[in-house]
Design a protein around this ligand. Structure first.
Ligand SMILES: [Zn+2]
Length: 210
């Protein structure tokens, strides 16, 4: 979606002035949040070590980010999207990967939702760090149930074998997703990438559920 990409790249602050997403007062320079509300945000969690790589999250999953992520993902609220991408940038302390790989949606869900929030985040962060974004490295080869309605064990089974990766990938990539909960989706995606020869698969996400 061209328009989302354009809106997320920051140019549109001339069109939509920064306004605080919490209190509706004036925002900061190119940030839709005032300093007082920013001070109240949940802290960034520590880096999580997994068997496939490290998980970097910009924030802990808690209010008000939970509702902002919902607005971005399901209602394509692009002002909130650009705020989240900026505020919860996970790459600041990361050992930078060669590519960013957004967690893909199945094509049917992509058609229903209209855009993939993970791809938009990857484009934003890729531009910020000068990292290539590969939208075709992974595909979701079968439909899966919505993870948020399942318990941890069911989540693992739901996404098992749901991804396949293409050949010719670099040794170190980072998956991009909005929220990291049990890690089941990222583990299944990482497994497909590792089978295709990737050695290390980090995760960059907006928020992690603690
Ligand atoms: Zn405010």
């Amino acid at each position: 979606m061209k328009i989302v990409d354009h809106l997320l790249n920051g140019l549109n602050y001339q069109l939509i002035p920064a306004r605080c997403a919490c209190c509706q007062g004036p925002g900061q320079w190119r940030l839709d949040l005032c300093t007082a509300c920013q001070a109240e945000l949940p802290p960034a969690p520590s880096v999580l070590e997994t068997s496939h790589g490290r998980v970097y999250a910009g924030s802990t999953f808690a209010a008000p980010l939970d509702s902002w992520i919902h607005a971005f993902k399901f209602h394509q609220d692009l002002t909130i999207g650009r705020l989240l991408a900026k505020l919860c940038a996970p790459g600041a302390h990361a050992d930078l990967p060669e590519w960013l790989v957004p967690v893909p949606l199945h094509r049917k869900r992509l058609r229903m939702r209209g855009f993939n929030q993970a791809l938009e985040l990857a484009r934003y962060w890729g531009r910020q760090h000068g990292i290539r974004v590969s939208k075709n490295a992974l595909i979701r080869c079968r439909e899966t149930a919505v993870q948020s309605q399942l318990d941890a064990q069911a989540r693992l089974q739901n996404v098992q074998g749901a991804f396949s990766a293409r050949a010719g990938l670099p040794a170190h990539v980072a998956l991009v997703d909005d929220v990291y909960t049990t890690g089941a989706t990222c583990a299944a995606a990482a497994e497909a990438l590792q089978q295709a020869g990737v050695e290390r698969v980090d995760v960059w996400c907006l928020a992690r559920v603690l």
